[in-house]
Design a protein around this ligand. Structure first.
Ligand code: PMP
Ligand code: GLU
Length: 380
């Protein structure tokens, strides 16, 4: 079978590849990015009730109106984004599916998308599949991967139609404060550039308030999901919203010809995410994660020659180990009982780095893992 040239160019996802490699007995898995918490009971109960009530049929392709109303309310009050109502919200199979539909909707053949380097592994294949090209804007380990003057100048000089902000960030954990994001908005406003704001780690912000560029800039598509905030990665539920309804309607047309709708009873379950009980559970998890971040930072600072500024959010560390082959280092670490992801999987700037997820390990496992990492790195 000759596969389409389009699909031949698609690389496997490094997150799934390294997660599979790390699933050997005795390996502490710090590869995949997911919280190791159960979904709060109140959400599971709501989904079970929906199943019992026979909510097993197709739903409206945009998502059930009850859930879209709640999402629109959250974006308006919590994120202060203007002009969003339920018609301007699309619910899909995870933030990943939303982003896929979004790049298909915004990007024409030859269009340029400016992405931070490093960035999450799936953005580039999605841009390429839409016929677009990526303009990589370099970040720096020494700046903790927060956009600096050089980054802003590169964006200013970019021919991109769209750029992307992902704060808190996968893979670096970097938190871009409001003033930094506002500088990006200023540039985009002058150039007429659209912003995709990937806010899936919104609640995992440890040292400052998260901020949505959609509060001040209409040409923003806000992307979020229940996956991380409520530990629902397997439920596959995410959403996108934009004050320009034509963007959401176009994504919805693509959804009608691909997914149809996000799983119906899962959507009824997700309604319970908007209860105080679910939010409290989420906050408990986040405060545990902040503690894990601090445990990891202490451990990583003890490793010779490493550059790793304290990340302000998400559940990743992205230490730079200097002039090392990060893929060989990750392979050696798996052999020694620790699964990570080589930094170069996330972009050129990631060379010499490892992505370490503290989402799926206890503080004790993290301490053991870092002792092993230190042993391997210092013996290189
Ligand atoms: N964006 C970022 C930055 C991510 O790390 C992920 C991975 N979960 C996604 C989007 C996709 O999220 P979901 O699991 O909701 O599809
Ligand atoms: N986002 C998670 C990660 O980066 C899950 C895997 C994926 O979606 O790529 O590990």
């Amino acid at each position: 079978m000759t596969l389409s040239s389009r699909v031949q160019g698609v690389p496997p996802s490094a997150t799934f590849k390294w997660s599979a490699l790390s699933k050997k007995p005795g390996v502490i898995n710090l590869s995949i990015g997911r919280p190791n918490y159960d979904t709060p009971e109140i959400i599971k109960e709501a989904a079970k009730k929906a199943l019992d009530e026979g909510k097993v049929h197709y739903a409206p392709s945009k998502g059930i109106p009850e859930l879209r109303e709640k999402i629109a309310g959250k974006l308006s009050t919590e994120n202060k984004i203007g002009g969003i109502d339920a018609d301007k919200v699309l619910v899909s199979g995870g933030a990943k599916n939303i982003l896929y539909l979004l790049f298909q909707t915004l990007v024409d053949g030859g269009d340029v998308v400016a992405l931070p380097d490093p960035a999450w592994v799936s953005y580039e294949p999605m841009v390429t599949l839409a016929g677009g090209k990526v303009d990589w804007l370099a970040l720096k380990p020494a700046e903790g991967f927060v956009a600096d003057e050089d980054y802003l100048n590169a964006l200013e000089n970019s021919k991109a139609k769209v750029t992307l902000i992902n704060s808190p960030c996968n893979p670096t954990g970097a938190f871009w404060p409001r003033d930094v994001q506002e500088k990006i908005v200023d540039i985009c406003e002058r150039k007429g550039m659209w912003i995709i704001s990937d806010e899936v780690y919104e609640y995992f912000a440890y040292d400052g308030e998260p901020w949505s560029p959609g509060e001040v800039y209409e040409k923003t598509i806000t992307v979020n999901a229940f996956s991380k905030s409520f530990s629902m990665t397997g439920w596959r539920l995410g959403y996108g919203a934009c004050p320009d309804q034509s963007v959401i309607d176009a994504m919805n047309r693509l959804q009608q010809h691909s997914l149809s709708n996000a799983t119906t009873f899962a959507q009824w379950g997700a309604l319970a995410c908007f209860t105080e009980e679910a939010r409290n559970k989420s906050e408990e998890m986040v405060s545990d994660f902040k503690n894990r971040r601090d445990v990891c930072m202490k451990a990583v600072e003890g490793i010779e020659g490493v550059v790793c500024k304290k990340p302000g959010g998400a559940f990743y560390l992205f230490p730079n180990f200097g002039d090392v082959d990060d893929t060989a280092l990750a392979e050696k670490l798996v052999e020694n009982g620790v699964g990570t992801i080589p930094g170069s999987a996330f972009g050129k700037v990631g060379r010499g780095c490892l992505r370490i997820s503290y989402g799926s390990a206890s503080a004790g496992e993290l301490a053991t893992a870092f002792t092993k990492i230190r042993g391997v790195v210092e013996n290189e």
